[in-house]
Design a protein around this ligand. Sequence first.
Ligand SMILES: [Zn+2]
Length: 141
Amino acid sequence: MANTTPCPQCSSYDVAKNGIINEKQRFKCKSCGYNFTVAKMGKSIDSYYVIKALQLYIEGVSYREIERLLGISHVSVMNWVKKYRIKIPKQEFYTPTYRILNHKELSEFVIVPGNLSNKGMIITELGDKFMVIQWTRIKSI
Ligand SMILES: [Zn+2]
């Protein structure tokens, strides 16, 4: 992801999005590990997080959980659900579980066959980590 915000500590441009804090974009510098926030212009939040939040919402994750996972207020998420007219299809055979892993943890997770069998799975980037969403079958179809 191209970025024009340099690290205030070491001036490196090699920075990654690392969550939202008080509606400000947080970045983590990949060179020195420094975390910093950048005020958003206006009230808009990067569409990157809008899409992540709506992905979680449609998988049945609650507003409060989305707030906890992404650092975006549940009010913002509710507004996006309204704005984009998102409706969750009724779903009774699978239940979503999700976990946030760094690259090493993700590698260790997917290498275990039992972690993948009989479960749908998506892996999506989340700041400098990865989010794994899985669907565990709760009822046979
Ligand atoms: Zn730095």
